[in-house]
Each structure stands twice: as structure tokens, then as C-alpha cells.
Design a protein around this ligand. Structure first.
Ligand code: PEP
Ligand code: MN
Length: 362
């Protein structure tokens, strides 16, 4: 389905949003001095554009710290004033929106749990109507791009055009090196479906720990994201929420200075020709991949009709096991990751089964 979203790319935080836009600050506002000290230290880096802080925290379990609440709004606002940085907080219902706007907070974001709930998003959107507050919409906790786009559409329909998306990863049942798996194909698909919509990556909530932040932040820039949201706290060890993933402002500065910024397009003629040549090779290879897949499915259909004549089931566990084993082995020799080869053959096999079923049930 087509996405119906109109936005003003350059107006996310005023007339000329810097790129990449860096949003940083504590997961939660915990005390007036914690917010102020963090903000001042971040300002000193001279590369942070927006101060973030959570005032109301949607926590998975009720025993976790749920934020200071309304009184913290004034602390965030004061830290913004002291540093000259625009401020951003999360809102989850219409009371939050009203109080945040009254307190003079500049940018609001809708958290991952709220994006997954169309009632909450609609309530927020209705309360925003008539304002021109910049709104950032985090991806829903589950990997559902329609929910993400739907939330952006609801906010946009309420007349908000200073819009952006935040990619914070997706929760999974399985154990993974990430707190929330990045599943980069989803924000990439969002870019394709809503061209030009600013997308900011939140490596802090993707990683859940500090060790992998650099790598994920760099991945996001290499995928041409428009900015980063990084949680930063003057004393991460004492943080009341998300302690393991927060950096000190100085560490945030180090992370930012180690990032490599690359251009989306090349202006130099020689580099461009070389790139075009390589892309042409990729085009040919993809063409071959599709031909080979079509050929494989044609053979699968022949197998289907053979199995039909001889009354044999489509799936034979031992054959699938043999395919997995041999392909993984061969993939390893060819320097392809196990994960990739496994996923590749899972979808090839699923498609083969569909072709066979079609023939068998004709
Ligand atoms: C946060 O930004 O601190 C937060 C709660 O994020 P998310 O909605 O991505 O979990
Ligand atoms: Mn957090």
C-alpha cells in the first residue's frame, strides 16, 4: 500500500536541520542537576544539536523506574535554555503532549511501545492538531513496517509536517547480541516507501550495551541515515534506567569523532565511472541470480509432478537436512556467513515447496 505522508524535510528542527542530526541526553531525567550537568557537558562537545531526556518512561515491568513525571519538564526546559539546545522528550498520551508543549519542549517523540498502539498514536495526533511541533516516530517494538508508516500517517494527517522517524530496533524472543535487533531491511524499506523522510538511528536501544554502539552508529551512517540519537548520562553507572547502554558525554564525543562520514553520491568523474562499472557488474549478477532461481523452480515443479505420480510427500526431512548441511559447508568455503546461507536456503526451499504444491494440487 502506498504511504500518504507529506513532510518538510529541512524543517525538522527549524529551517536548516544539520545532517547528521545528533540527539543526545539521558535515558531519563532523574534530577535537576543530572539533566543540567549532562546537557552542559554535551553542549561542550559542539556536535550535539538536540537534548533528549525521558520524563515519563514506558517500562516493560511495573517494578522498573517509570520516570520522574511532570516536575522534570522544567528541568529539561532549563537545561535547554542554559545550553541553547532544543529539547526533546517522549510522549505517550494527550496529557503528556499538553504538558510538554506548555512547558516549552521543542520536539516530541512517540516511543516504540506507543507506535505499536494505533489508539495511543491517534490520541497523540489529535492533541497535536493545530500545532507545528516537530514529531519523531520510533519504530514499533515488533518488526511491522505498516504500523510504523501508519503512525507517521496519523500524525501527518493531524497537520504535522515536521516529521521524522527513529529506528531503535525490534524486540525478539530469541537471544541475540542486540537488545533490539536492527533488522536494517525495515528502515531501508521505509526509505523506499517514504522517500526523503528523515530517519534517525537510535543505536543505544538497538545495542542495549555500550560496546557495540560505535559499530551500529557507523552502520547507520553508511546506510545514509539522517542522524543519531545516543543516550548519554553524566554518571551512567548510577542511571535509574538503561544504565548499561549509556555513555558519558565525553564518551559520546569520542564515539562521534570516530565516525566516518561518507557521501551519498560522488562528484568526481573517475570514481563515478568506476562505481557505475561495478554496479553494472552487480546488475548482471542479479540477472543471473534470477535466471538461476527460475531454473531451480522449474526443476522443483518437475519434481512436484514426479512426486504426484508416485504419491510421495513434498517434504522429506532427511533431504532438507542434507541440503542445509551441504550448503552450509560449501557456503563456509566460499566465505559466506552461516546466517546468510541458512536464510537464503530457507526462502529458496519455501518457494520450491510452493511451486511443488501448486503442481501437486493442480
Ligand atoms: C527511550 O528512548 O528511552 C525509550 C524508552 O525508547 P524506546 O521507545 O525505543 O524503547
Ligand atoms: Mn532508554
Amino acid at each position: 500500500m502506498e504511504a500518504h505522508i507529506s513532510f518538510e524535510r529541512q524543517r525538522l528542527i527549524g529551517l536548516d536541520a544539520p545532517r547528521p542530526l545528533i540527539i543526545s541526553g539521558p535515558c531519563s531525567a532523574e534530577s535537576e542537576s543530572q539533566v543540567l550537568q549532562t546537557a552542559l557537558a554535551l553542549k561542550k562537545l559542539d556536535r550535539v544539536h538536540v537534548l533528549r531526556a525521558g520524563v515519563w518512561k514506558p517500562r516493560t515491568r511495573p517494578s522498573n523506574f517509570e520516570g520522574i513525571g511532570s516536575v522534570a519538564l522544567a528541568w529539561v526546559r532549563a537545561a535547554g535554555k542554559a545550553t541553547g539546545l532544543p529539547t526533546a522528550i517522549e510522549v505517550a498520551n494527550s496529557r503528556h503532549v499538553e504538558e510538554a508543549l506548555k512547558a516549552g519542549i521543542d520536539i516530541l517523540w512517540i516511543g516504540a511501545r506507543s507506535t505499536a498502539n494505533p489508539f495511543a498514536v491517534q490520541e497523540i495526533a489529535d492533541t497535536l492538531r493545530g500545532t507545528d511541533t516537530p514529531i519523531l516516530v520510533k519504530n514499533p517494538v515488533n518488526p511491522d513496517i505498516e504500523l510504523w508508516i501508519g503512525a507517521l500517517e496519523r500524525v501527518n494527517k493531524a497537520g504535522i509536517t515536521k516529521l521524522g522517524a527513529i529506528h531503535r530496533g525490534f524486540s525478539t524472543f530469541e537471544r541475540s547480541k542486540y537488545r533490539n535487533k536492527p533488522t536494517w531491511e525495515i528502515p531501508i524499506e521505509l526509505k523506499r516507501r517514504v522517500p526523503g523522510l528523515p530517519i534517525i538511528c537510535d543505536p543505544s536501544h538497538i545495542c542495549g550495551r555500550t560496546e557495540t554502539l560505535q559499530e551500529v552508529a557507523q552502520n547507520a551512517l553508511d546506510l545514509n541515515f539522517d542522524g543519531l540519537m545516543i543516550e548519554s548520562h553524566v554518571r551512567p553507572g548510577e542511571a535509574l534506567s538503561d544504565a548499561k547502554q549509556q555513555l558519558t558525554p565525553e564518551e559520546t564525543g569520542q564515539l562521534l569523532s570516530k565516525l566516518v562520514f561518507r557521501h551519498e553520491s560522488v562528484t568526481d568523474v573517475l570514481t563515478r565511472t568506476k562505481l557505475e562499472e561495478l554496479r553494472e557488474r552487480i546488475n548482471k549478477i542479479d540477472h543471473e541470480v534470477l535466471n538461476i532461481m527460475a531454473e531451480r523452480m522449474a526443476v522443483a515443479e518437475e519434481i512436484g509432478s514426479y512426486k504426484k505420480q508416485n504419491n510421495i510427500t513434498i517434504l522429506q526431512a532427511s533431504r532438507w537436512d542434507e541440503i542445509v548441511r551441504t550448503r552450509l559447508e560449501e557456503g563456509q568455503e566460499k566465505n559466506l556467513t552461516k546466517d546468510f546461507v541458512m536464510k537464503l536456503f530457507e526462502i529458496i526451499h519455501r518457494e520450491s515447496i510452493e511451486h511443488q504444491s501448486r503442481v501437486m494440487n493442480e
